[in-house]
Design a binder for this molecule. Structure first.
Ligand code: HDD
Length: 712
């Protein structure tokens, strides 16, 4: 598909002021002096020592020596893209936010997706939460929706965040392991923190190994507040719903992708945008009237709880399209600075104690990462709305403020810049009434830690439940302390007895007969431990269809990647027909052969191989097609790598399609063409391609896992 060039947004026009291309330009120093020799330092004689006066060398090396900045303390690895957001209808009844008021108005956005735990250079396919941070460049200032692909969080109070992160990061004595929770310290912490159980269930589910950033949901997590022009507040939870559905890879596949292409998600996002199949999400909101705040069996301020969609439906209020890759990774994706405290009139906070703590942390962290309180002046961070205030100076100040006054009130500067009235768009905080004692405490309404973990588990399909059991068994299997295994199994009994039994069996520990009182080490001294004890509660509903990926959209193969296995003698008409059917659906085809270069078809035409069995792997594709052509099929059947390629895709439950005369190859694999779903063979080309496309859209045939025929 030809790449569409998006119309520049106001933010792109703003960024263009600082964007530079060196085409047809001389090489210069940073002071603009043209450089005549960029190969040799200045020396005393051509075999002599270098001279200190070589300002060209020193400037070049000085800059290089300081190229790196500290990586983000969490979410260090990420990928970003530009786009826009457009509402479907005016939301003025509930919020005065301008960017949600006019269905004809597009607001520029920059989005950064990330893993949480790994360093900048770690793999994309780690089992991890994914960050989903959106910067809206609205006419009224920046709004950052700094969310994740999981709707709840591990802890209820920001006070615990450094402990959580220290426990999951590589262990401090040997900096091992990288980008994974599967180690002693994390599970030590979690097994002492019952409030983490809901999020842990999500993190052990396939949500934590997405097929693509483009196939993830996003969540604002906390309950926020909309405020309308009359000052009326409405509670709101934000959701991003991907148009391509929510899909994951298999765990075995994730581990292999981490080896063969650690940039898998970054590349996938980049390529989708370059090819013009723009990633899209709908923005959804769950709205709760203030009067209904206490009508739920959980606390709206507790970030370990969702509001099930069956209780409050998600209204889809607009669409986000990502249509432009950054020009420069560092300047944009690395330097972008998000902050949940960046809000605009019409949006406000609630007293969720996790959100309240975040409001300090994000601004603070930019100082150590970007090095200056002027980080907001970096091109990617500056708003398109005008900025005028009396803040001055600091490292790397860009703005040249005119005038003699940098204080308020002033008369010498005509009183400028002046405060805005409400009617002029001035921000005023929601005047929530607070009448309370100052305490370090947690509300009793935060003490149900298991009911929604159970709801999540019970809402999963059998295959998804098995994946959760497998993930717990993998992660805890890496833990070397049996007492941590036992504590975790004890906690899991509170979620689901069968889950606990299955995990315990894999860990070789006993399940407590009577569900034990979970240990909760997060109790302050002098507090009444009873008060902190988790309370058993019934889930708000028994099951929620929205929580299972099984029920996601499966109606498109746009942007999917399909491998055609070919060798000399391949049928050109098979290749052509299938390729055009797949391309018509906006998916991509790559020809994989045992070598690069020209492949001669059965009718002496020539095709060009894109990849070889050495340069690619089945885990990088969504589906596999083997075209006919006797000689090609015989060659592939004799090629161990080709057979492994097919078997591995089969093991990972992907759609496979074989042309008519491929029996000699199929017989070398583990595939049973009669009994295996998602395996399409022979027949009329039109019908075959239709069935293949439908199978690819179905994503995976997990039932194949019940009979694990293929060795890893
Ligand atoms: Fe956080 C980064 C999302 C809890 C402190 N967080 C960060 C990013 C995302 C989130 C998406 C990366 C932004 C980017 O791409 O630059 N964080 C969340 C969500 C949370 C959450 C959805 C719970 C609902 N975070 C959280 C807490 C704290 C932090 C409780 C501290 C009190 N988060 C940070 C941070 C980071 C960050 C240390 C690291 C880099 C940055 O902020 O800019 O300040």
């Amino acid at each position: 598909m030809a790449k569409k060039t998006p119309t520049p947004t106001p933010k792109q026009i703003d960024l263009d002021k600082d964007t530079r291309s060196s085409t047809d330009q001389f090489l210069t120093t940073n002071q603009g002096v043209r450089i005549q020799d960029n190969q040799n330092t200045l020396k005393a004689g051509d075999r002599g020592p270098s001279l200190l006066e070589d300002f060209i060398f020193r400037e070049k090396m000085f800059h290089f020596d300081h190229e790196r900045i500290p990586e983000r303390v969490v979410h260090a690895r990420g990928a970003g893209a530009h786009g826009y957001f457009q509402p479907y209808q005016s939301m003025a009844a509930v919020t005065k936010a301008g960017f949600l008021a006019d269905p004809d108005k597009q607001t520029p956005v920059f989005v950064r997706f990330s893993t949480v735990v790994g360093s900048r250079g770690s793999t994309d396919l780690a089992r991890d939460v994914r960050g989903f941070a959106v910067k809206f460049y609205t006419d009224e200032g920046i709004f950052d929706l700094v969310g994740n692909n999981i709707p709840v969080f591990f802890i209820q109070d920001a006070m615990k965040f450094p402990d959580l992160v220290h426990s999951i990061k590589p262990e401090p004595h040997n900096e091992i392991p990288q980008a994974t929770a599967a180690h002693n310290t994390f599970w030590d912490f979690i097994s002492l923190m019952p409030e983490s159980m809901h999020m842990i269930l999500w993190a052990m589910s396939d949500r934590a190994i997405p097929r693509s950033y483009r196939m993830m949901e996003g969540f604002g997590v906390h309950t926020f507040r909309f405020v309308n022009a009359d000052g009326k507040g409405t509670f709101v939870k934000f959701h991003w719903k991907p148009m391509l559905g929510v899909h994951a890879v298999a765990w075995d596949e994730a581990q292999k992708i981490s080896g063969v292409d650690p940039d898998f998600h970054r590349r996938d996002l980049w390529e989708a945008i370059e090819s013009g199949v723009f990633p899209e999400w709908e923005l959804g909101v769950q709205l709760v009237a203030e009067e209904d705040e206490h009508n739920f069996p959980f606390d709206l301020l507790d970030p370990t709880k969702i509001i099930p969609e069956e209780m409050v439906p998600v209204q889809r209020i607009g669409k986000m399209v990502l249509n432009r890759n950054p020009d420069n990774f560092f300047a944009e994706t690395e330097q972008v600075a998000f902050h949940p405290g960046h809000i605009v009139p019409g949006i406000d906070f609630t007293n969720d104690p996790l959100l309240q703590g975040r409001l300090f942390s994000y601004l603070d962290t930019q100082l150590s990462r970007l090095g200056s309180p002027n980080f907001h002046e970096l091109p990617i961070n500056r708003p398109v709305a005008p900025v005028h205030n009396n803040q001055r100076d600091g490292h790397m100040r860009h703005t040249i403020n005119r005038g003699t006054t940098s204080y308020q009130p002033n008369s010498l500067g005509g009183g400028c810049p002046y405060q805005a009235m409400l009617s002029e768009g001035g921000f005023s905080s929601y005047p929530e009434r607070i009448d309370a004692h100052k305490v370090r405490d947690r509300s009793a309404s935060f003490s149900d830690h298991f009911s929604q973990a159970s709801l999540f588990y019970h809402s999963q399909s059998p295959a998804e439940q098995q994946h959760i059991i497998d993930a717990f068994s993998f992660e805890l299997g890496k833990v070397t302390y049996p007492h941590i295994h036992e504590r975790m199994v004890g906690l899991l009994t509170q979620v689901d007895e069968d889950l606990a039994r299955a995990v315990a069996a894999n860990l070789g520990v006993a399940v407590p007969h009577e569900p034990e009182k979970p240990m909760n080490a997060g109790v302050p001294t002098d507090a009444d431990p009873e008060k902190y004890e988790p309370k058993a509660a019934k889930p708000p509903i028994d099951k929620s269809a929205a929580l299972s990926m099984e029920n996601t959209a499966k109606n498109t193969i746009a942007s999917r990647k399909i491998a055609f296995l070919v060798a000399d003698g391949v049928s050109l008409s098979d290749v052509k027909h299938m390729k055009s059917a797949i391309k018509a659906e906006n998916a991509t085809v790559e020809l994989v052969a045992s070598r690069l270069g020209a492949i001669t078809t059965s009718d002496e035409e020539s095709l060009s191989a894109d990849k070889t069995f050495m340069t690619t792997a089945s885990v990088l594709y969504d589906a596999i097609y083997v075209p006919g052509g006797e000689k090609s099929v015989i060659t592939l059947a004799a090629h161990a790598d080709a057979i492994h390629f097919i078997n591995e895709a089969y093991r990972h439950c992907k759609a496979l399609c074989f042309s008519n005369d491929t029996a000699p190859l199929i017989s070398k694999t583990f595939i049973d063409v009669q009994g295996d779903s998602g395996v399409i063979t022979g027949g009329n080309m039109q019908e075959t391609s239709r069935r293949f496309i439908q199978a690819i859209a179905g994503h995976r045939f997990w039932q194949r896992e019940l009979v694990r025929k293929v060795p890893a």
